[in-house]
Design a binder for this molecule. Sequence first.
Ligand SMILES: N[C@@H](CCC(=O)N[C@@H](CSC=O)C(=O)NCC(=O)O)C(=O)O
Length: 283
Amino acid sequence: MNLNTLGGHACFGGTVSFHEHHSSACDGEMRFAVYTPPQAADGPVPVLYYLAGLTCTEETFMIKGGAQRLAAEHGLMLVAPDTSPRDANIPGEDDDWDFGTGAGFYVDATEEPWSRHYGMYSYVTRELPSVVEENFPAGPDARGVFGHSMGGHGALVCALKNPDFFRSVSAFAPVSAPTRVPWGEKAFSGYLGGDREAWKAYDASELVREHPFPDGRNILVDQGLSDQFLEEQLLPEALEEACAESGQPLTLNRREGYDHSYYAISTFMEEHIRHHSAALNRA
Ligand SMILES: N[C@@H](CCC(=O)N[C@@H](CSC=O)C(=O)NCC(=O)O)C(=O)O
């Protein structure tokens, strides 16, 4: 596998770097960003994957998330993939901001014309970790995942479906029940087809009701109460109810005055990094 490094920047004693490679899951070139903390000079470190939201790229989190200083303190590598394939030459791929380019929804599409390239679930749960673990000082047994909005949905789904692979999970303003909201209905109809039962495999609230994260591991969620998408798209109460039903420990912080932006995400970043560090740096 050929990894093309596009650039790098010293940052809090470590490095932010950008990379491109051929993805077999997406049958095309994919980009991702890595923050390598200073501790990696002495050996492999735990890896925390960040899944960004609609319209974002691999750069968004590194520029706006404010996580590098904290990752340097806790000795965590951060990895942020792009949010979809790009330039896949699919008719209409760039027409909407909430479907197609920048909106892969972290599913493996089964419907034409998306199924050939939109394998984002396989990409983030299998191919990308393999690439990272082959090319960076990344410990293979300590992975966490978090994300925002569409990426919060992705993080919850990836962790709940792969609890042995991802030891910790958290989310900022996640799309908590995508099968019940317009963003999810549009994406899942297009990528997965009309069978709403099949959609449940990618709905965190449905998944957690049946299979909570094992060993009583807590899920951390931060949700701003001035979030412009809260009532129509996010439904944190659906996740809360499902967790209560299955006995899944959940810390859902409702934050007065905060919206859907990276100003909110960066405000609560420290608590999320601490949450993951406590799980991933355990001996
Ligand atoms: N372009 C849209 C707004 C898009 C938006 O708000 N994207 C969010 C994620 S929303 C859910 O996944 C985001 O993270 N944007 C990047 C940023 O830098 O803020 C519109 O026109 O309303």
